[in-house]
Design a protein around this ligand. Structure first.
Ligand code: ZN
Ligand code: ZN
Ligand code: ZN
Length: 98
C-alpha cells in the first residue's frame, strides 16, 4: 500500500506561515476554526474541513497547491496530499485529517 507520493516527496518538510496567528481568511472575516493546516507550497494557513470555513481545502481548490501539513494541530504531526488523498507522518489514530 502506498504511503507516499511524488508530491509528498517533493514538498518541503515545513514552511514559514504567512499568518502565524491562524487561518488567513478566518482572521479577516472573524470566523472561528477547529484546526489549522499549513500549505507547504506558499505558507498559507487555512482551517480544516471540521471548521465552518474549510479554507485549507478551498486554498487547494483555488491554487492547486497539493501538500499541506498539520499546523498546531492536536491530531499529530503529518502531511497530506490532496491530489492522492495520502497522508504521511504520525497522526493520532482518533483524529484523521478531514
Ligand atoms: Zn500526491
Ligand atoms: Zn478559515
Ligand atoms: Zn498554497
Amino acid at each position: 500500500m502506498a504511503t507516499d507520493c511524488q508530491h509528498l516527496r517533493d514538498a518541503a518538510p515545513d514552511h514559514t506561515a504567512v499568518t502565524p496567528d491562524g487561518c488567513e481568511e478566518c482572521l479577516k472575516s472573524g470566523e472561528h476554526w477547529v484546526e489549522l493546516r499549513l500549505c507547504l507550497t506558499c505558507g498559507h494557513v487555512g482551517c480544516c474541513d471540521s471548521s465552518p470555513g474549510t479554507h485549507a481545502t478551498k486554498h487547494f481548490e483555488s491554487t492547486g497547491h497539493p501538500v499541506m501539513r498539520s499546523y498546531r494541530a492536536r491530531s499529530g504531526d503529518w502531511r497530506w496530499c490532496y491530489l492522492d488523498n495520502l497522508m504521511s507522518g504520525t497522526a493520532h489514530a482518533a483524529a484523521p485529517p478531514q
